[in-house]
Design a protein around this ligand. Structure first.
Ligand code: F6R
Length: 611
């Protein structure tokens, strides 16, 4: 949420920052800005996307070998030129970019106001800039120390980068609750809120931890705690490559990522699903099986799409491993008296590994003695680093704001975990295990079959492009898929959509059904199939327009539906992995028809690092 990039070295910082901001734009795109130092300090800020900043930079011919940039997702203060980052103090000597929220900004603002500070905009970040300025101008400390002292006064979260007009030899960075890394080049260094702007130049990175700051020059970097204790940091090697963060001929990242799923699901299972031996091997969980098996309950905490994956996980854990599971919105869990203790295990699920609420739930669970496991996509992310053990999804970078391949990879990991634990607890029979291993192994080719011919989905998308509402119905394993289908449609096409367990419909939502209402029914082969047919009859009786996502054997639902999108048959507990794919495509095609910005939908940002 918001993106930061910085550069110090011998190349043109403005070009590197612009390119970096374009790569980071999926994290926020309300406004953009940068500060570049070359004798003077040029500060450019503009409402809108990075392309506006690019135009402005070209026009003003801004160059220099030191600078910082920002792409914003507004929290405090509407998106406009003034509220765009970087922010400066009254003397305009330094520029600051910030991700996160300064929670005590109001108190600080009033205090600074009494000392004569005037604020141009409404952001919390501008208050921090003035606080640094106040400390620097009014006390006998150097600029770096002024930054450090200011940070000890702020409450909330931040990832910041600062450059100073009269110190053109350094970038100061600091982190608390908002990710930041330093990319190490040859006589040049990069700063970024995630690895995507850096990968083109170097694979060597240092991750800052909370309450750490660094001073980066052309000669090197020095990291210390906010209490001024020097630190030696481990240098990590990035696993991603440039190709993974480019569109590769697809019109949108989202479509590319949907089409990547046969590969990402296969990558997720590689070396873990041992088909010849009917075995699952999840190295990241070695040593924790006993505690997981004996847990009083597993609490899955996540947000959004990852929460939907968690719901599928609940069904899988209960069925295959006989482990009781509760699925929690991380944002609710963190403020509840959840009575979690050392007898429980928390499993957090997060694509980015940076979602603020999920991280807070994790920390709360740990504090109360629970073991915390993680399913994350981004290697080295905060959540991945703070869990006791976990499994990476290996889906590769997900750039499209609407999550797709991360969901199928998360469900794949959850299925493997449940199977592994079922065997460990000796509650999963040889026969069922063998069947599920075979079935899981087929998933990549089944998803490929769906992607091979998308004509029917495109046709349905065309017919319903301008529908104002959609209902999605599923039962059992596919109830979470109904929720996910509805979320995808809302996010990228701005059509109001609701997902429901099919049988719940008659407890209220059935009132919405008339001859205009498209109702997407997910009817994969399922032990609740007969019940589903009755639910579909109920929709039909009220003239709802039924779009069935139906596996080959589900002719009954097919007969009732106005449109049927066929998916291949698979064991019902794995059916979410195939059933979700047409729903991703349906929302994609509808959004494209409606000329929506698929990869950067309004008001959204990838990776929600604020509460
Ligand atoms: C939906 C979507 C969001 C995320 C949610 C959690 O398409 O992308 O709902 O799933 O913000 O993000 P992670 O998984 O990064 O914790």
């Amino acid at each position: 949420m918001c993106g930061i990039v910085g550069y110090i070295g011998h190349r043109d910082a403005a070009e590197i920052i612009l390119k970096g901001l374009q790569r980071l734009e999926y994290r926020g795109y309300d406004s953009a800005g940068m500060a570049v130092i070359n004798g003077q300090m040029d500060v450019l800020k503009v409402k809108g996307k990075v392309k506006e900043l690019l135009k402005m930079t070209r026009k003003k011919k801004v160059h220099g070998s030191l600078g910082i940039g920002h792409t914003r997702w507004a929290t405090h203060g509407e998106p406009n030129d003034v509220n765009a980052h970087p922010h400066m103090g009254a003397y305009r000597k330094f520029a600051l970019v910030h991700n996160g929220i300064i929670e005590n900004y109001d108190v600080l603002r009033q205090d600074l106001g009494q000392k004569g500070h005037h604020f141009a905009g409404d952001t919390d970040t501008e208050v921090l800039a003035h606080l640094i300025e106040e400390i620097h101008e009014m006390s006998d400390v150097d600029f770096t120390e002024a930054v450090r002292l200011a940070l000890t006064q702020v409450e909330g979260t931040y990832g910041i980068a600062i450059v100073h007009k009269y110190h053109p030899d350094r970038i100061i960075v600091a982190r608390k609750g908002s990710p930041l890394l330093i990319g190490i080049g040859d006589g040049e260094y990069f700063v970024a809120s995630d690895a995507s702007p850096v990968i083109e130049f170097t694979k060597k990175v240092v991750y800052l931890e909370d309450d750490e700051m660094a001073v980066i020059s052309r000669e090197g970097y020095e990291v210390s705690t906010l209490k001024n204790v020097p630190l030696t940091k481990e240098v990590h090697e990035l696993a991603m490559n440039l190709e993974q963060i480019e569109k590769g001929g697809f019109p949108h990242f989202m479509l590319k990522e949907i089409f990547e799923q046969p590969d990402t699901i296969a990558d997720c299972m590689r070396g873990r699903l041992i088909v010849d031996e009917n075995r699952i091997q999840l190295g990241g969980l070695t040593g924790v099986e006993k505690r997981l098996a004996s847990a009083r309950r597993v609490i899955i905490a996540a947000c959004g799409t990852s929460w939907h994956a968690g719901l599928v996980g609940e069904y899988l854990f209960e069925y295959l491993a006989h482990i009781p599971v509760e699925v929690e919105y991380a944002s609710e869990f963190r403020y509840r008296e959840t009575l979690i203790n050392e007898q429980d295990v928390m499993l957090v699920i997060s694509q980015s590994g940076e979602t603020a609420d999920t991280l807070a739930a994790l920390r709360q669970a740990r504090k109360r003695g629970a073991m915390v496991l993680g399913i994350c996509n981004v290697v080295g992310s905060t959540i991945a680093r703070e869990t006791d053990a976990g499994v990476y999804t290996h889906a590769g970078p997900e750039i499209g704001v609407a999550s797709t391949k991360a969901f199928t990879a998360q469900v794949t990991v959850l299925a493997m975990m449940a199977m592994m634990m079922g065997r460990y607890k000796k509650v999963l029979s040889d026969e069922l295990m063998a069947e599920l291993v075979r079935e899981l192994n087929r998933v990549p080719s089944l998803v490929k079959m769906i992607l091979r011919d998308t004509k029917k989905i495109e046709e349905v998308a065309r017919l319903f492009t301008y529908a104002p509402n959609f209902l999605y119905l599923g039962r059992s394993y596919n109830f979470p898929v109904a929720l996910e289908g509805a979320l995808k449609l809302k996010e990228i096409s701005y059509i109001h959509a609701e997902g429901y367990p099919a049988a719940e419909m008659k407890h209220g939502p059935i009132a919405l059904i008339d001859e205009h209402m498209p109702v997407v029914v997910i009817a994969a082969t399922d032990h609740t199939n007969d019940k589903m047919i009755s639910n579909v009859e109920e929709v039909k009786a009220r003239k709802g327009r039924i779009i069935a996502i139906s596996s080959n054997g589900q002719s009954e639902v097919g007969k009732l539906a106005e449109f049927t999108i066929t998916i291949p048959e698979i064991h019902d507990c794995l059916s979410p992995l195939v059933a979700v794919v047409p729903l991703q495509l349906l929302s994609y095609y509808i959004a494209v028809n409606r000329k929506c910005d698929v990869d950067q939908p309004r008001n959204l940002a990838k990776s929600v690092t604020v509460e």
